[in-house]
Design a protein. Structure first.
Length: 237
């Protein structure tokens, strides 16, 4: 792809009638959603170690602590902040629906999906944390009693066997529940509350938050680097 991009740059120089007009300082700033887009971070050995926001990723790139890994048609190229800025000029000619872009006063740059740290070799422990966001992600934000999908603020984590009855906080005893169903169940078991569980809770085989991300087309390129990753890598909601 790098050769193709260089060829396009040469073609644009020949066709360009003159210098490009500067971007007005009155243009709107980049949407906060683009700065909050997720970026997969690899260590120097190309192992996935973390997920950060685009804002954090650009900070690492600008300080030359990381490089962009851009996947295209089964192969990938590496780019510094400045070369990625040049690549973004070419990619901007054919923007894709799932791309995220950051617009500054003087240029526009595409949010990379993957970056690689240039001086970090550590490999994170394969650990899957049992916490609220992972439980909600495992259950796909669907209440396990009424079967309805809810936004995060309207969901809670319910102990199938209540803690007051000796229930433990384990993957096999916690489920995603809407606030109404959680209140209705109270300190009872599902049988006592005459409520049925849609699915029997189990420990997930893969990181549920990463699986949710991979269902989003914009993060499809992550699949190359996440094969065999079971634990948390710092991915957020």
């Amino acid at each position: 792809m790098h050769q193709v991009l260089k060829a396009k740059r040469r073609s644009r120089r020949r066709q360009s009638p003159g210098p490009r007009p500067s971007v007005s300082s009155e243009e709107p700033a980049a949407p906060s959603s683009s700065l909050q887009a997720s970026v997969l971070v690899l260590n120097r050995q190309y192992t996935a170690v973390h997920v950060v926001t685009a804002r954090r990723a650009f900070g690492l790139l600008y300080r030359e602590l990381a490089e962009v890994i851009h996947v295209d048609q089964g192969s990938f190229g590496t780019y510094s902040f400045h070369s990625w800025r040049e690549v973004s000029e070419l990619l901007a000619e054919e923007k894709q629906p799932h791309d995220d872009w950051i617009r500054t006063v003087s240029f526009e740059i595409r949010v990379p999906r993957v970056i690689r740290l240039l001086g970090f070799d550590r490999v994170p422990r394969q650990r899957l944390n049992l916490n609220r966001r992972n439980v909600l992600a495992r259950d796909a934000h669907v209440c396990q009693y009424c079967g309805e999908r809810f936004p995060t603020p309207q969901l809670s984590v319910d102990h199938v066997v209540p803690r007051s009855r000796g229930g433990q906080t384990t993957w096999e005893n916690v489920v995603c529940a809407c606030l109404a169903c959680n209140i209705r169940k109270g300190g009872q078991t599902p049988k006592e509350a005459k409520m049925l569980l849609i699915h029997r809770p189990t420990r997930p085989k893969r990181n549920p938050l990463l699986l949710l991300k991979l269902h989003n087309p914009k993060y499809a390129s992550w699949r190359t680097w996440l094969e065999g990753v079971l634990g948390d890598v710092g991915v957020g909601d």
